[in-house]
Design a protein around this ligand. Structure first.
Ligand code: ATP
Ligand code: MG
Length: 154
């Protein structure tokens, strides 16, 4: 299948939050967002924006779920935010019910998703964040199926 690829330069944290918000507003139910990129490239910042777009209440402050691996937030569509940085094998993920969550109608955003890429279905968006300098990030978005988000809105 031809994949839609969209590239965008963000010049500030605020811009990344806004791009995330627009993604969250238009995203289809059941979409998995696979985030990759260096430490500090803005994966969590983008998820904070996505949460805004999904109307996750302000009282939830989203941080990398490095120690508990996955966090859940209520929103227009429930948002699950996972960080696989410390995961060593898929059994650890089975234990916490990760695969059931993946195959749900929720939105699942996964940092360090490259650790399990091939196990993820076609309702998937890959987002790669690259550090250009202190305040600039190159954001590459790849859609595996049309219309998972509205690219025109970004
Ligand atoms: N254009 C930008 N977009 C996003 N973050 C930016 C930008 N410019 C600077 N920053 C800074 O980069 C950092 C991004 O941190 P964030 O926790 O989102 O990264 P991360 O990719 O989730 O890292 P980790 O792999 O450690 O979880 C923040 O300190 C933020 O202020
Ligand atoms: Mg993070």
């Amino acid at each position: 299948m031809k994949k839609d690829i969209y590239i965008r330069i963000s010049k500030s944290l605020q811009e990344t939050l806004l791009i995330g918000k627009k993604i969250g507003k238009s995203i289809e139910q059941g979409t998995v967002i696979c985030l990759s990129g260096d430490l500090g490239s803005g994966k969590t910042a983008l998820v904070q924006g996505i949460a805004k777009g999904l109307s996750v209440p302000e009282k939830y402050y989203i941080t990398s779920p490095t120690y508990n691996i996955i966090n859940q937030y209520p929103g227009k569509i429930p948002l699950f935010h996972a960080d696989l940085y410390r995961i060593n094998n898929s059994y650890e993920l089975e234990d916490i019910g990760f695969y059931e969550i993946l195959n749900s109608e929720n939105i699942v955003a996964i940092e360090w998703a490259e650790k399990l890429k091939n196990e993820i279905s076609s309702d998937r968006i890959d987002i790669h964040m690259q550090i250009l300098d202190d305040t600039s990030r190159k954001i590459t978005i790849k859609l595996y199926k049309e219309n998972l988000i509205d690219l025109k809105e970004l």
